[in-house]
Design a binder for this molecule. Structure first.
Ligand code: COA
Length: 380
């Protein structure tokens, strides 16, 4: 596979008063500037978004984005795969490079400003409408079932969830674009957090974020800052947990990783850092196991030993992840590739993983209904 990230841009994830158009525009201009390119050099574009329809009464986002650049008439379309929209959009762009080159991928989402019950219902559209939502299984409740099963089977504890949360909040303090960049979180804050869906409490949940991220991909490197995408896989699975045999692991993630690692010619042992979809703390543990970073049930050994911190043997979510970096749904998977690009170029500032050569991104839609995995490397 021949694909390179030429440029990457991102807004801060977090509450914003800006409309989707302004958020997307900022991220796109950031990516163009990073690549030292003009918009008229782009061959096609893909927009990743989940809730533009129900939240903002705005679908047809390719036309909306085209309107940001008067005179732009290149092909563009929208990709939707729930919270995996961004990762799937990048996969689609990478696999279409024979037809268009370069391709701009922009992920954008506005979530804040909606009443809580309406937002919960809309986010719930990523789950099964009949088997899950109708039974009251909103997102935190569904991941709570995953957590309960993991605890029963493997002895995982709520203390493990707390370590994940504290680590990701500490990383977010090193990331100026993170939702909780300015919030110092201590054990006492976690202890004070209300139960959202037992065993998950406030600090086990990602926040509700607005934001956008953009990357420009091409089959050819542009300069020495271009970052190769050496593997890209997408897996899918039945949408409802009720129809799954195993609630402690996501087959879609294992399949996406199998394909992406195969293309890249790597094993999990070659990975220097991962950005994983920790929409809830339990999801970071499941992700590590699905990506092969640990045997099923044993990710907690790395977590308890502090090995998933930035200076550890297997850094997980140096950006702060979704938990503390924020989760602007359609932008999240693109934001993960932005972070991997910064890390592999050595441009991640205080959160830099020293000497990183292989980075993996893992972006999940629903409760494992879709997963996109990307493997990024360094120009040799
Ligand atoms: N983690 C830590 N702090 C959080 C937080 C989170 N996830 N969500 C909100 N807060 C903080 C806010 O910053 C605010 O702090 P402040 O008083 O110091 O300003 C306080 O909690 C209240 O914020 P509010 O927005 O009123 O919280 P809420 O109770 O309405 O929402 C959740 C909390 C957990 C329900 C909400 O964040 C949520 O739904 N998260 C999950 C989103 C989701 O499911 N996404 C898709 C996953 S795939």
């Amino acid at each position: 596979m021949q694909a390179y990230v030429l440029g990457a841009g991102k807004t801060r994830f977090g509450p914003s008063s800006h409309p989707m158009t302004r958020l997307a525009h900022e991220a796109i201009l950031g990516a163009l500037s990073d690549a030292d390119m003009r918009i008229d050099e782009i061959g096609a574009f893909v927009v990743a978004n989940f809730l533009g329809g129900p939240n903002e009464s705005q679908l047809h986002l390719n036309s909306v984005i085209a309107g940001l650049f008067p005179g732009m008439h290149i092909p563009g379309w929208r990709v939707e795969a729930a919270c995996a929209s961004g990762g799937v959009a990048i996969h689609q762009a990478v696999t279409m490079l024979g037809a268009y080159d370069p391709i701009l991928v922009v992920g954008v989402e506005r979530l804040s400003g909606r009443p809580g019950n309406e937002l919960t219902r809309n986010i719930g559209m990523a789950g099964d409408a009949i088997l899950d939502q109708a039974q009251g299984l909103n997102f935190p409740a569904t991941y709570a079932l995953v957590a309960q099963r993991h605890m029963q089977r493997y002895g995982t504890t709520t203390r493990d969830f707390e370590i994940v949360s504290l680590k990701n909040h500490a990383n977010a303090q090193l990331n100026p674009l993170a939702h909780f960049h300015h919030k110092k979180v201590a054990q006492a804050d976690i202890d004070a957090g209300a139960t959202v869906a037992s065993p998950l409490r406030l600090f086990d949940c990602c926040p509700v974020s607005d934001g956008a991220a953009a990357v420009i991909v091409s089959a050819k490197p542009r300069d020495e800052r271009s970052v190769p995408i050496i593997g890209s896989g997408v897996g899918t699975d039945v949408i409802s947990l009720a129809q799954r045999e195993d609630h402690t692991s996501f087959a879609a993630a294992r399949e996406a990783a199998r394909v992406a690692y195969g293309q890249a010619g790597i094993t999990a042992a070659d990975i220097d850092l991962v950005e994983v979809h920790d929409c809830f703390t339990i999801a970071e543990i499941v992700a590590m196991e699905d990506l092969g970073l640990a045997e099923p049930g044993s990710a907690v050994e790395l977590i308890r030993a502090g090995e998933t911190g930035i200076g550890g043997s297997m850094p997980v979510n140096p950006s702060g992840g979704l938990k503390a970096g924020g989760h602007a749904i359609g932008a999240t998977g693109v934001g993960q590739v932005y972070e991997a690009t910064r890390q592999l170029r050595g441009e991640a500032g205080k959160r830099q993983v020293e000497g990183a050569e292989i980075a993996v991104t893992h972006n999940v839609g629903g409760v494992g209904g879709t997963c996109a995995v990307q493997v990024l490397g360094r120009l040799s």
